[in-house]
Write a protein that binds this ligand. Structure first.
Ligand SMILES: *Cc1c(COP(=O)(O)O)cnc(C)c1O
Length: 382
């Protein structure tokens, strides 16, 4: 059946060129990078040149890039690894995050509170999900172990003022982590001076699932969260997933090809979707920031409908979208991210996320905007 994929924030397909450079590392160049012999050296060489090409894009040093199994693991290592190290070295006990984080950050911070005795505090955000800088500044006195603020929001698309937040933290000597899993590939990201830790995951930018990276400022000491062998500067034990590491580097390099052209294509599609939905659907409002938002990301709440039902109805009509909330079918809880923006629980249940990608066409969007009003009226009539 004809189907239009409009859920690129959930995942992207692996780019053909990326797949091609990965393949030899499964069966031909299969060595373990930790082995001394030539097979090992060949694999190690490939891993290190992947690390170098990522470092040169992020303008950092190769030793500052740690390969992980994905965005979630990078978030875990950054937050738990920093919190535990800072408590052991200087008794720092407070963990500061925003209320609009991905659960990989939110639940990690909550576990630090519930099981490890850290004090979890939420940084105030405005109705768009942007950190309120003056309020944030006031929270920083005292024993802060780590600050974490999402770069580009997966649910509402908002881009935070990461450089300003990082500047404030660095003046106070407090480690700052940002979850850039959704932002990587859509924002030009440079490490130096802006943050101490940054998470990214390849499958959000046309690389394979199950591989990610953590940028870590080389002067920041953290503890490993997965112990064992000495791989990844002793911070992430386990035999390197060589083909996937080749894949994340190739995918990241490719995000810079035709960067401006692609970003304006995404933004044009996004803006047609935003205007189209707001104009055609009664009771629809944009969630997240109207201007400071990811180029490929449109998100809404629609009064009087259930987001999960809408996503299922859209699927039957041939469109893969998301409700943008963590709720699964049968779980009627509204998203905590939307509640944190001050959206009423009943309205928050009617969330819709439409995210575009490289293969999205003008025709697909025209058809989507033609079809959606009737799908929504049918749902409302039920
Ligand atoms: C997808 C995503 C994650 C999780 O990344 P995985 O690689 O799927 O583990 C974390 N944070 C944000 C903002 C995301 O969009």
């Amino acid at each position: 059946m004809y189907n239009t994929y409009l859920d690129y924030a959930a995942t992207t397909p692996v780019d053909d060129e990326v797949l091609e450079v990965m393949l030899p590392y499964f069966n031909q160049k299969f060595g373990n990078p930790s082995s001394v012999h030539r097979h090992g050296q060949q694999a190690e060489g490939a891993v290190e040149s992947a690390r170098e090409s990522i470092a040169s894009l992020l303008e950092c040093e190769p030793v500052e890039i740690i390969f992980t199994s994905g965005g979630s693991e990078s978030d875990n290592l950054a937050i738990r690894g920093t919190a535990l190290a800072r408590r052991s070295r200087m008794n720092a006990n407070r963990v500061l995050i925003t209320p609009v984080e991905h659960e990989a950050v939110g639940r990690t911070a909550r576990q630090l509170q519930d099981l490890y005795g850290f004090k979890l505090e939420y940084i105030p955000v405005d109705n768009f999900g942007v950190v309120k800088l003056p309020d944030f500044k006031k929270m920083l006195a005292g024993d802060v172990a780590i600050v974490s603020a999402i770069y580009g929001n997966n649910e509402i698309g908002t881009i935070n003022p990461i450089n300003e937040i990082g500047q404030i933290c660095s003046e106070m000597g407090i480690p700052f982590h940002t979850d850039a899993v959704q932002a990587m590939g859509y924002v030009e990201i440079k490490a130096k001076g802006h943050f101490d830790l940054l998470s990214a995951g390849a499958h959000k930018f046309y690389g394979p699932k199950g591989v990610g990276l953590l940028y870590k400022n080389r002067n920041l000491k953290i503890f490993p969260t997965q112990t064992g062998g000495a791989q990844e500067m002793g911070l992430r034990a386990g035999t390197h997933n060589v083909p996937y590491i080749i894949g994340i580097a190739a995918a990241l390099v490719k995000t810079r090809r035709d960067f401006e052209k692609l970003q304006s294509q995404y933004a044009a599609h996004r803006d047609r979707i935003i205007t189209g939905i707001i104009n055609r659907i009664e009771g629809a409002t944009l969630t997240g920031h109207p201007i400071s938002r990811l180029n490929n990301h449109a998100s809404f709440v629609i009064n009087g409908i259930d987001g999960n039902q809408l996503v299922m109805a859209l699927d039957i009509a041939g469109y893969s979208c998301s409700s943008g909330s963590a709720c699964k079918t049968g779980n009627p809880e509204p998203s905590e991210v939307l509640l944190a923006l001050g959206i009423a629980p009943d309205n928050a249940k009617g969330s819709l996320r439409v995210t575009v990608g490289r293969d999205t066409t003008d025709e697909q969007i025209t058809k989507f905007l033609e079809d959606i009003p009737e799908i929504i009226s049918r749902l409302k009539a039920q």
